[in-house]
Design a protein around this ligand. Sequence first.
Ligand code: GLY
Length: 433
Amino acid sequence: MKILLVGGGGREHAIADALSRENTTIDLVAAPGNPGIGQLARTAPVNVTDLDALCALAEAEQVKLVVVGPEAPLAEGLVDMLRMRGIPAFGPTAGAATVETSKADTKAMMLKAGIPTALAETFRDAKSAKTAVLTRYGAPVVIKASGLAAGKGVIVCHTKAAAFDAIDRMLDEKVFGDAGAECLVEAFMTGEELSLFAISDGYDVLPMIAAQDHKRLLDGDEGPNTGGMGAYAPVTLSTPALIDDVTERILLPTLHAMRKRGTPFTGLLYAGLMLTEEGAKVVEFNCRFGDPETQAILPLLTSSLLEPLLAVSRGARIGGMTPLQWRSDAAVTTVVAARGYPDAPRADDVIELPSFSDDIRVYHAGTARASNGALVTSGGRVFAVTAIASTFADAQQRSRDAAARIEFEGAQYRCDIGWREAARNATRDAGTT
Ligand code: GLY
């Protein structure tokens, strides 16, 4: 079966890896792909936002399925265009992708439907937003750009002055452009964050195991925000009972609300959750697989990924399908980033990539081939290195060790991915001795 995979990052390499391991007869075409994906697929030099060229490629290759990785082509309507041509595509329509691309609309939808989330209000003028901070929210408070802001549009402000500054930068200085033309002033929530992905046909869900992302650049959750410096799965906090609860109180009501407003969601619904004292609440939804959580989650999947993706893309229902099955192991993913990431990542540094055993998956993210054939850096996050082991501690150690073996000038990575899980395990072990 021929499949077109749209994207060229670590997430797409992990999807390509999962599909290839599941079914060796899959003929994978990736646009644009990367040198790692190129070991599993034919790559086509088509940009993910060139929707006409992507549709033409899907038609020329007569693919039976298109899997869309990044949010940008989803937001632009790639799935709508493919469906109009009769090509099955896994991902939401542009209307449904607004669950990620308009935080203002999604917040209004959640509050109206009673879906657990923090209270928030949306503003277009700085004066009203500041009045809301002063009179109703106080500090700490969260200031969010409503649109897509490359992972940088959420600012946690610990003082009112910081909130005023964030509001000015978003609404007046337009640092996020149109994405920040509307901003949310949102009540601050305390707790641990969890990423829960669910394959959705618009009515039902197949939830995956949960993962935890690490947004800050440096150990100890210090330094600037990034797209994500690492992840691990599963998270022991995320019990089957918690996933059932989130399914009943959050995922299914969200699908219901989205159908009701005329934008049924099919594809991968990513719930960013806060585990508060009052239970799980939504921080945000994304309309696609997360990066780097996917690189920790998919290597643990033992049941088919292809079957539910195909079913959803063909408009079939998944309610009767067997739940997804998982290895009982742990996976820890350490991102190796380029010098200067996240502000000004440097390209063209030559990479020394050693070989690894099969329990280490090295997913390419920002790599390219130089004209002399050398593997070089070409993006902020260069690799996502996933180690799979029977214990979390082993997976953490092996992921860190493997990341250390990848060499290029200025390589940076965190040594403490999964530190919350490690602390929980230490507490548990202290209680059993
Ligand atoms: N890991 C965060 C994201 O994919 O948006």
